[in-house]
Design a protein around this ligand. Structure first.
Ligand SMILES: [Zn+2]
Length: 504
């Protein structure tokens, strides 16, 4: 009896030590060899630079999904055909295919001579004279009937002012609104502002109702040509209309113009790939570990393999997922649930993570931490003589506990130099805002962003597998693994305790 009683505390100590060692065992299953074999596939020429929506990205998605399934992660995206590892979402490109304005045989081109600030194609070209309605003030709309008409007006403000006056004109019954900025310089400036409409850039589809109100912006030269008059006549008519005298304004009659807007819209579906290791007693709290698996595709015949960016992070996620899965299978599963997600569309503007946080598969309130990895396989020029490092960004921005835990775990298991250079609020590179974790941070979820810094091969065809330092990749991945393990298993939940000043 006595003997057994004595051994109780001993057993407790032994089990504590064991519990501590157990994470090391699984961390040790993350090896440079395994990381390399993942990366040799993800960053191979066959995957063609993993351009969002293209064949190579789909092949990478299939590979990641296969790994998650084989390792025993559970799918958690609800679809009509049951739970899936893929969170598919639609992106589009819109190109101005057939968009022009013709005035008396002279043809004007969209995004050169004018801008159509809208995303809807017309069913057919339209023909019309425009009603000159001054500067589009309430008094102007009162004085000049525009119901059912296409109108032309002058606006010397910026995009917000144009949005506003276009809306007011439509509320007053106008159909199409043609807005002339008061100088050519302002028109040129406006040209740069509406690039998304028809630029051919990959992005989320714009719903018509999200647009304030489509309208045309035309150059002052073109405005005068449409009005078939001279600049000084227009200016004097505008001046008089401000004092309630509309006679000279009404006297200015536009020519008949023909115009057409037609976009070629390409729908490009893409997918985030995610799987979960369900937790035990704290399973309703979630940690999400992310890396983007898309890259920038090809430049002509040259393939941007994106071995470091972000094949390194993707390989790290695969290895960590497997380590957690093995731990769970052995009865050492995490107390909290851990989601592993590789996202698409990062290179196009953090689109995959943006889609996830607007369509989360589990509530964001229950997502307690995001560990994001974007480039951890290389050494930047600043650390050539001391490569035992990793940059950490964001760890103290929302949670002092997370920051502390991250440091403690590194001291205990990894001994890397944690470089906080890029974490400074005034850092000109603004890396905090430039990878997927930011979409989580924006939603008040504490984040750590792991990063090796930039290098000469960044976004170049020379970002290849043979330049990766796999020993270092292994070491950094193990640090992130231990950090995730601690956050998942510790008694206290990581909480937000830093008041963030709104910054942009
Ligand atoms: Zn990247």
């Amino acid at each position: 009896m006595k003997k057994i009683l004595l051994s109780f505390p001993l057993m407790f100590i032994v089990s504590l030590v064991y519990a501590q060692d157990v994470s090391v065992n699984y961390a040790n299953s993350i090896t440079s060899d395994d990381l390399k074999s993942h990366l040799e596939i993800l960053a191979s020429d066959a995957l063609e630079g993993r351009e969002t929506g293209e064949r190579g990205q789909k092949m990478a998605a299939a590979y990641i999904k296969h790994q998650f399934r084989t390792d025993g992660l559970e799918p958690l995206v609800a679809t009509e055909c049951g739970a899936s590892y893929l969170q598919t979402f639609d992106l589009v490109t819109m190109n101005m295919a057939n968009s022009w304005i013709k005035v008396d045989e002279k043809s004007y081109t969209n995004f050169k001579d004018f801008i159509y600030a809208g995303t809807n194609s017309f069913k057919a070209p339209q023909k019309s004279k425009l009603v000159f309605v001054g500067e589009g003030s309430a008094a102007d709309f009162n004085a000049i009937p525009i119901k059912g008409k296409n109108v032309l007006l002058y606006c010397d403000g910026d995009q917000a002012d144009r949005d506003k006056v276009a809306k007011a004109a439509k509320n007053a019954g106008a159909i199409h609104v043609f807005i002339v900025p008061d100088t050519e310089a302002k028109f040129k400036e406006a040209l740069g502002k509406y690039k998304l409409y028809g630029s051919g850039r990959l992005r989320f589809p714009i719903k018509e109702e999200e647009l304030s109100s489509p309208y045309f912006v035309i150059s002052p030269t073109m405005g005068v040509e449409i009005l078939n008059t001279k600049e000084d006549k227009v200016q004097s008519a505008l001046e008089k209309s401000k004092h309630g005298k509309y006679a000279s304004l009404i006297k200015i009659k536009s020519q008949e113009i023909t115009f057409n807007i037609h976009y070629d819209v390409n729908h490009i579906p893409t997918e985030n790939v995610l799987g979960i290791i369900p937790g035990t007693d704290k399973k309703d709290e979630y940690i999400i570990v992310t890396a983007h698996y898309d890259h920038i595709g090809k430049d002509g015949d040259e393939i941007n393999n994106g071995a470091d960016d972000d094949g390194s992070g993707t390989s790290a996620v695969l290895e960590m997922a497997q380590a957690f899965a093995h731990a769970k299978a052995d009865g050492h599963g995490p107390r909290r649930s851990v989601i592993f997600m590789t996202v698409s569309g990062e290179e196009k503007g953090l689109l995959g993570s943006n889609y996830y946080v607007t369509h989360p598969v589990i509530p964001l309130e229950s997502t307690i931490t995001n560990l994001n990895i974007d480039m951890i396989g290389r050494i930047d020029p600043a650390h050539e003589s001391n490569p035992n490092y990793v940059y950490l960004i964001g760890s103290d921005k929302l949670s002092t506990t997370l920051h502390k835990v991250s440091k403690q775990i590194n001291a205990k298991y990894s001994g890397l130099e944690l470089d906080y250079t890029y974490n400074a609020d005034n850092d000109p590179n603004r890396f905090y805002y430039r990878s997927d974790h930011y979409n989580f941070a924006k939603n008040n979820i504490p984040v750590i962003f792991y990063f090796n810094g930039t290098h000469a091969d960044y976004h170049k065809p020379t970002d290849t597998v043979e330049k990766i330092d796999f020993e270092l990749l292994e070491k950094r991945t193990r640090l992130i693994f231990h950090t995730a393990w601690e956050i998942a298993n510790r008694e206290g939940r990581i909480t937000v305790d830093v008041i963030q000043e709104k910054s942009n």
